[in-house]
Design a protein around this ligand. Structure first.
Ligand SMILES: C[S@@+](CC[C@H](N)C(=O)[O-])C[C@H]1O[C@@H](n2cnc3c(N)ncnc32)[C@H](O)[C@@H]1O
Length: 243
């Protein structure tokens, strides 16, 4: 979610009827207590600072951190594609796998897909990958071209794509303001299902229209309410039951 202009900032600073994702993320961190954390798209570092892990990696071609990163946090000033081409994530985490990751970089389907596939290679069965912007509010803000203040892009297509091609994953989308948070579990670092057919997935999902998903949005995106008790039980299970 892009939020640099004052109008968008007002949206975030006003009290909303429901807690937004900056209230949900710390709960997830406190509950999962990850040893390692990776964030793609860190900007000012608001979500990165929520990680209390001994080892964290933040990746962004244009970081604008407002605070010094916590001890154990390493910042890589580059795109996520560059990072995965040039670095071994496990090595950068002190030869450890990823416990928790947050994808919030380029808000286009193909970038989110590659970010997910690249991260999964360094995960284990009980890791969790969170993906921002998976429950769009309307067609305009969910489009590939940015024409709105609040812009989630077409990251939501990642959920549709994973449901079709990776039924082995357990995933849901929390309907948390402003544009939802995907939670993906039961990861398989050995899976090549996505990486072996990237071009075909781009061809299928880049033109995929919002109207194909919207009439059945909650089911298509495995929507769950933003109720902590429910989210906690989903995170407690070794894998998340699809809804
Ligand atoms: C919405 S901001 C991230 C906000 C941050 N996660 C937070 O909640 O505090 C998106 C960030 O993604 C970064 N970005 C854009 N393209 C990227 C890419 N290809 N790889 C990694 N980061 C990217 C942008 O520079 C921007 O800082």
């Amino acid at each position: 979610m892009h939020r640099e202009n004052p109008t968008a900032m007002n949206f975030f600073s006003r009290k909303t009827a429901h807690a937004d994702y900056y209230e949900l993320l710390p709960r997830i961190h406190s509950f999962l207590k990850p040893r390692t954390y990776v964030e793609i798209g860190i900007r000012q570092g608001h979500s990165l600072r929520l990680a209390k892990t001994a080892a964290s990696v933040g990746i962004d071609p244009a970081p604008a951190l407002e605070h010094k990163p916590r001890r154990g946090t390493r910042i890589f000033q580059m795109t996520s594609d560059e990072f995965f081409a040039r670095h071994n994530l496990a090595e950068e985490l002190g030869r450890q796998t990823v416990d928790l990751a947050f994808v919030d970089g380029m808000h286009l389907f193909e970038f989110a897909l590659r970010d997910f596939a690249n991260l999964e290679k360094f995960c284990h069965r009980d890791s969790t990958i969170l993906v921002h912007d998976c429950y769009p509010v309307d067609r305009a803000s969910a489009a590939r071209e940015r024409t709105t203040q609040i812009w989630s892009g077409d990251v939501w297509k990642l959920i549709v794509c994973l449901k079709k091609y990776r039924p082995d994953l357990r995933l849901c989308t929390v309907d948390v303001p402003p544009t939802g948070l995907g939670i993906i579990r039961r990861l398989d670092p050995r899976s090549t299902t996505l990486t072996s057919r990237l071009d075909g997935l781009y061809e299928e999902f880049v033109p995929y229209d919002y109207g194909q998903m919207e009439p059945d949005k909650a089911r298509q995106l495995n929507r769950v309410e933003n109720r902590w008790n429910e989210i906690q039980s989903l995170l407690s299970a070794p894998s998340i039951a699809a809804t």
